[in-house]
Design a protein around this ligand. Structure first.
Ligand SMILES: *Cc1c(COP(=O)(O)O)cnc(C)c1O
Length: 454
């Protein structure tokens, strides 16, 4: 079957464990309590998270068993398919072999349910009634709304105001699942009111919406917070992507020279790449991992690696990560899911230790890549995912120039069917590239927490 383009696994091959990258990476700097600056303890996290997730957050064990009800819920759409991108290869006239792992076939169209399902399960088991969270482009909010419906939990979502107005369908989707969706900054929380007092026109950010959600979770013992990315346990849940991809690369009789993911909070990138990095660290198989981030929110390429808050108000623990500063409000680009000031500490750590590289790509070239992908492969990618495609195409063209038949694997983290207005704007020449404003970045980096180390 040398012409095979689709690599499918069966339900028994849904991973039985999540892979914890912390087991194979050099020791990670601990998360710090935002008030005392001391390493966080399980007690510090108890007001917002159930014990099982706290244990996972702090764990260094390599394999963490996936509960059977979670595997059963995964079976609604997992294992996800991996494709050989023969159409794109032909269009690029590249000798490179390009594969993509498609996470857009989940009920909400992205990789986010991989962790939403797990978090809903553990919270339900702990007797929690409601989950609150933030969402940027709406994919995390709708995925948590879906998971809440599956496990009988109420869900409330603070959605970044600019995307709430840009993209009406994610809100409809959340409401269809029974969740409540509020534009952020809102007047419902002290964090939201403080921001609005400073700037009544504030378009919102993931950092602000996170402050609102965490504040609500702290204030209500039956409500917990659910994080859509960044946190260790979230990245760990997403390793189902990479573990399946390892099996699928085996089916293809291949091994990726390059693994690429777009980087917002780092969960699809980490979820796909860490199982490969783990193989490489344990068995010496070489792999290049590339993070693709937006040029207008360049956390990994222009941020500083330092302790910073995960949110704007400084309610979350301080994480050691690449950051643009917790008060940074990125311009309203269309890949809303990539508009975050920080990155998963696991990804930041891997980058700092030379296990990953990062490139920043402008949004118009990403949309161009997305259109080329749609016309050659048939799937309209999410604007976030087009960042990974843009880098995959650049690598494939480099292979053409150098006459090298390298193997490229990227994560197609979601479909773009909720983002067609953005595609229309691209196709009619209304999209522009915005560089990251250096002055704004400097101001924001000057406001890192007092115990932040450069
Ligand atoms: C949320 C989202 C992202 C960015 O989040 P990560 O945690 O970096 O993966 C990327 N792609 C899609 C489709 C998303 O919904």
């Amino acid at each position: 079957m040398s012409e095979r383009i689709k690599y499918l696994l069966d339900e028994t091959q849904i991973p039985k464990c999540w892979y914890n990258p912390a087991a194979d990476l050099p020791a990670m700097p601990p998360a710090l309590h935002p008030g005392t600056g001391r390493p966080v303890t399980p007690d510090d996290l108890a007001p917002i998270m159930p014990p099982a997730l706290i244990a996972q957050e702090l764990s260094t064990e390599r394999a963490i068993e996936i509960p059977e009800p979670v595997r059963q819920a995964y079976a609604r759409w997992r294992p996800s398919p991996m494709f050989r991108a023969r159409g794109l290869e032909r269009a690029l006239r590249t000798p490179a072999r390009i594969y993509y792992k498609y996470e857009g076939a989940s009920p909400t169209g992205s990789h986010k349910p991989n962790t939403a399902i797990a978090q809903a399960f553990y919270n339900k088991e702990a007797g929690i009634a409601r989950l609150v969270t933030e969402t940027g482009a709406g994919q995390w909010g709708s995925s948590l709304a879906f998971a809440g419906a599956m496990f009988g939990l109420d869900v409330k979502v603070y959605m970044v105001k600019v995307t709430y107005h840009q993209k009406p369908y994610p809100k409809s989707l959340m409401e269809t699942y029974g969740a409540v969706c509020v534009p952020s900054p809102s007047r419902e929380t002290a964090a939201g009111r403080a921001i609005l007092a400073e700037d009544p026109e504030c378009s919102g950010s993931l950092g602000i919406a996170t402050s609102e959600a965490v504040e609500v979770a702290i204030g209500d013992p039956r409500t917990n917070y659910a994080g859509g990315s960044v946190l260790n346990h979230v990245v760990m849940h997403q390793t189902v992507i990479g573990q399946e991809a390892l099996l699928q690369m085996d089916m293809a009789g291949d091994w990726p020279d390059i693994v690429i993911g777009c980087a917002g909070g780092g969960s699809n990138l980490g979820g796909l790449s860490f199982p490969f990095i783990g193989e490489s660290l344990r068995k010496g198989r070489k792999v290049r991992v590339v993070a693709a981030e937006p040029a207008s929110c360049p956390t990994l390429t222009q941020g500083r690696r330092a302790y910073d808050y995960g949110d704007t108000a400084g309610l979350t623990p301080c994480l050691m990560m690449h950051t643009l500063g917790h008060s940074f409000v990125p311009p309203p680009l269309h890949a809303g899911g990539l508009r975050y000031h920080g990155i998963a500490p696991l990804v930041s750590h891997a980058l700092a230790h030379g296990l990953m590289e990062a490139v920043a790509v402008p949004q118009t070239s990403c949309f161009a890549a997305g259109v080329q992908f749609a016309r050659s492969e048939g799937i309209v990618p999410a604007p976030e995912s087009t960042h990974a495609i843009q880098v995959a195409i650049a690598e494939a063209l480099r292979c053409r120039e150098e006459g090298r038949a390298e193997t490229i694997l990227f994560c197609l983290s979601g479909h773009g069917l909720f983002d067609l207005p953005a595609y229309t704007r691209h196709l009619t020449g209304q999209l522009h590239d915005e560089a990251c404003d250096q002055e704004r970045l400097d101001r924001s980096l000057a406001r890192l927490p007092a115990f932040a180390k450069a």
